[in-house]
Design a protein around this ligand. Structure first.
Ligand code: PFF
Length: 454
């Protein structure tokens, strides 16, 4: 195999910095907004168990694959597949990733913008400016959505222009501990309120009667989204790694952190929803027993709860929650933008600043369009998240397992994990990447497409 040319791209400063950046990418709206809503929607702990299996059986092996492809090639997803594969088909996997990155970031910005709007909403509500507060909390207000998504984009671009170690690594190293502290402080407080225990019971009590194909599909889609897999974000982060990092151990830390934070976020959000219900807010449809509206649920219900608490305390708790959500979103939006930005830098020889502002502007335009019609979010989620990411994951597994070959990937993993080729891990991982992951993802994708058609 020809030695791949080295480039003078950025690198992570420390091992921990890389793990935190990758965990920062993984922990985001998907954990604090997506996961708890899906759990409540899909029979509580039964969903958690299936989600856990999806993360460990499919997510973890694919994450190792992405880190390995990235570190081996030291390139963006398009460049990486070009370097490892022959012909025009291989880079298509990378192009698909870049497209998913742009599209997912566009709607991600709108939802992230809601969190900024709600931070201000809590303040205006406290000072009695209810009409301004209600505009700030109006999820369908086009102009407000556009302004806040653009502000969020600016924050993301500013961090990205700082580069890999000075921008991304520094920001996530500072933000991740704050996130954890805020999360735990909020949980402790919520558990002092009436109704929280009912929420906890629903959260940890599995209802297996709800398990069906759709639930497994949601769990796998959620696993890909939450672990930032399938579009090359972790190929890109892996491309800034040096050869000393143990890729398997790093992937294990990132997977466990992501699953752990999703579980902890559920301990906050689900009891909080029941506390709101206790105070008179309706969260379930009394006739169907289903949750009201999934996408906006957290944003509809929790502000009600903060208003019920009232006073300075209500405001502080509300602000803290939305800042928490905003920070988690920011460390993920950085990684979403880094995929197309690294592609432009590497493939067109453009300077980082120019690439970040250019791609950022394009994404902001799409986000502004979505801002004025938020029903588009559902379509974007369906195409680029629920189908797009597992499809990307499937192509990555097939490419690695059958074209680049697991033996070559193991040679790369060997650096930082001495003796891996004779370790039991090598056999198990190869088997999963070649058979288990493609079959499971393939089944889920076929069911999704069948459901769309019928
Ligand atoms: N993992 C992020 C979340 O849970 O919110 C979203 C995400 C980031 C998805 C990066 C995909 C990605 F490449």
């Amino acid at each position: 195999m020809p030695e791949l040319e080295k480039s003078s791209r950025g690198t992570w400063n420390t091992k921990l910095g890389f793990i935190l950046a990758a965990a920062g990418s993984a922990v985001g709206l998907g954990n604090i907004w997506g996961f708890p809503t899906q759990v409540a929607d899909n029979g509580g702990a039964a969903f958690i168990l299936i989600y856990l299996v999806c993360c460990l059986v499919v997510g973890f092996p694919v994450m190792i694959a992405e880190f390995t492809i990235g570190r081996r090639t030291q390139k963006n997803p398009v460049g990486a597949f070009k370097a490892l594969g022959k012909g025009f088909l291989a880079p298509l996997i990378g192009y698909w990733g870049v497209l998913c990155g742009v599209m997912i970031l566009s709607f991600y910005l709108v939802i992230s913008g809601w969190t900024l709007g709600y931070v201000l909403e809590e303040v205006f509500y406290f000072f009695g400016h209810e009409s301004i507060a209600s505009t700030l909390g109006d999820l369908g207000h086009g102009l407000k959505n556009a302004v806040f998504s653009v502000i969020f984009m600016l924050l993301t671009v500013l961090i990205i222009t700082g580069g890999v170690s000075q921008g991304i690594e520094r920001a996530t190293k500072a933000l991740m501990p704050i996130l954890l502290i805020l999360l735990i402080a909020l949980i402790v407080y919520i558990f002092t309120l009436d109704g929280s225990m009912e929420g906890l019971i629903m959260y940890i009590n599995p209802d297996f009667s709800t398990v069906d194909g759709d639930l497994i599909l949601s769990a796998l889609g959620q696993a890909f989204f939450s672990l930032s897999l399938g579009m090359g974000a972790l190929i890109t982060y892996g491309s800034y790694l040096n050869k000393e990092q143990n890729l398997v151990e790093s992937a294990a830390y990132v997977t466990l952190t992501d699953v752990g934070i999703a579980f902890i976020a559920g301990l906050l959000v689900i009891p909080a929803m029941f506390v709101a219900q206790y105070g008179g807010t309706e969260i379930f449809n009394p006739e169907t027993g289903a949750l009201h509206s999934s996408v906006t649920l957290v944003f509809d219900v929790l502000p009600e709860l903060f208003h019920q608490i009232g006073g300075v305390l209500g405001m502080i708790i509300g602000i803290t929650f939305f800042i928490l959500l905003g920070l988690a979103a920011l460390t993920s939006s950085i990684s979403l933008l880094e995929v197309p930005v690294s592609y432009v830098i590497d493939e067109f020889n453009v300077r980082r600043k120019k690439a970040a502002w250019g791609v950022g502007s394009l994404v902001a335009i799409i986000a502004i369009i979505i801002s004025f019609d938020i029903s588009l979010i559902d379509y974007f989620v369906y195409i680029f998240n629920e189908i797009g990411l597992p499809l990307g994951g499937l192509m990555i597994c097939l490419f690695l397992g059958y074209f680049w070959k697991a033996e070559n990937a193991l040679l790369e993993i060997e650096q930082g994990f001495e003796g891996v080729e004779s370790h039991w891990f090598a056999k198990v991982w190869t088997f999963f990447i070649r058979y288990i992951c493609p079959v499971l993802i393939g089944l889920v994708l076929i069911t999704t497409i069948y459901n769309i058609i019928s």
